[in-house]
Design a protein around this ligand. Structure first.
Ligand code: SAH
Length: 348
């Protein structure tokens, strides 16, 4: 039994069954027993793109530097990362982008990170750079900003609803007879108008709406770009996609609360619709393979292999993992948001 389970059971006993979104938040973010607070070595349970190859963060850094120049090289400007994990992507990005004249002097790194353990790890890895931490993006001081996020949106808590004979009802987490947790149906619920159903199920992340409102607000006052990379379908609503991972394997999301990573697909269709409603220009979603290919990942891989021939085979395998449609190349998508009228960024 995980230490979080009795606390979730007690909360349900006191308040009744909880929405899936609240269950996800408790499992991921409980400051004592939550997943992110207790697992600084994140890549034991999943390996993200920046953890796979340094080329990923480097190309994103060069992308950011390109867009910074496109924005007129503002100094200072905020380079904001949402959910930086162990800080690997930002470290690789800054190392690559510092070759662009003026970038290193202008950049103020702003990290949006919930986990104190991960904040410490990020600070250590970004030693030498001007780094500030914030809990939410609205707290980052105003000014031009480039926002980067990889595998951040998929850990937002999702509400789920199921179509029944008498309308939509919320999926909830309740108690199983004899101990443990089970899914059940709660009261009637009205899903937001703009969420599409998939096979009698709908799923939506309220935090996604809030994030897009924040970004739209920021981009109305100052120039900026947001590059969001995550997984999910480009052309249909996700439906029920809540999944749990432990040690690389998919497990029951209710079995070990706090001990496994919980994720849900990103609804890119809705993301783009909401961004446009907020007055932003949107680019993509494009498949990760296309995005990285256009940024020159093949050439970057060759350079890395040439610099260290003993690792050439490994470098090729890492890049294949990022780009093969059967691995991360197809499932992962990149989308860019910008103030209305921005020109198409590289990769799209
Ligand atoms: N981007 C990293 C890590 C992805 S894991 C990578 O690609 O390797 C998700 C990250 O987002 C973790 O750092 C987690 O602590 C953070 N996070 C998740 N939800 C958050 C929230 N609501 N506010 C701030 N940080 C959050």
């Amino acid at each position: 039994m995980t230490p979080l389970l009795p606390r979730i059971e007690a909360a349900i006993r006191a308040n009744g069954p909880m929405p899936v979104s609240l269950y996800m938040l408790m499992c991921l973010h409980d400051p004592q027993h939550g997943y992110y607070a207790t697992r600084p070595a994140l890549n034991a349970d999943f390996t993200t793109a920046p953890e796979t190859s340094q080329a990923f963060g480097e190309l994103l850094g060069l992308w950011a530097a390109h867009e910074w120049r496109e924005m007129g090289s503002p100094s200072p400007f905020h380079l904001i990362e949402l959910g930086p994990g162990r800080g690997v992507m930002m470290a690789d990005a800054l190392r690559a982008a510092r070759s662009v004249p003026g970038f290193a002097e202008a950049v103020r790194v702003a990290l949006i990170e919930a986990s104190p353990v991960l904040r410490a790890e990020q600070l250590r890895r970004l030693n030498g750079w001007s780094v500030s931490f914030f809990t939410v993006i609205d707290d980052v001081p105003s000014g031009p900003a480039i926002i980067l996020a990889n595998e951040f949106l998929d850990c937002m808590g999702v509400h789920q609803a199921v179509r029944t004979a008498d309308g939509w009802r919320e999926r909830q987490v309740g108690l199983r007879d004899g101990g443990g947790l089970r899914f059940g149906l709660g009261p009637p619920v009205v899903p937001p108008d703009d969420v599409a159903a998939s096979g009698g199920e709908v799923e939506w992340a309220p935090a996604l709406e809030a994030l897009l409102v924040s970004i739209a607000h920021r981009f109305r006052a100052h120039d900026g770009r947001a590059l969001l990379i995550d997984y999910g379908p480009a052309d249909h609503a996700p439906g029920d996609t809540l999944r749990a991972f432990r040690a690389g394997a998919q497990v029951d999301p209710l079995a070990e609360p706090g001990a496994c990573d919980l994720t849900a697909d990103v609804d890119f269709g809705r993301l783009v619709r909401l961004a446009r409603l907020g007055g932003m220009s949107t680019f993509g979603p494009v498949r990760q393979v296309d995005f990285l290919a256009r940024l020159g990942i093949a050439e970057r891989g060759q350079a890395l292999a040439a610099a260290n021939p003993a690792r050439a085979g490994q470098v090729a395998a890492e890049i294949a993992r990022l780009t093969d449609p059967g691995q991360m190349g197809e499932r992962f998508k990149a989308v860019c948001l910008a103030p209305d009228g921005a020109s198409t960024p590289p990769g799209f």
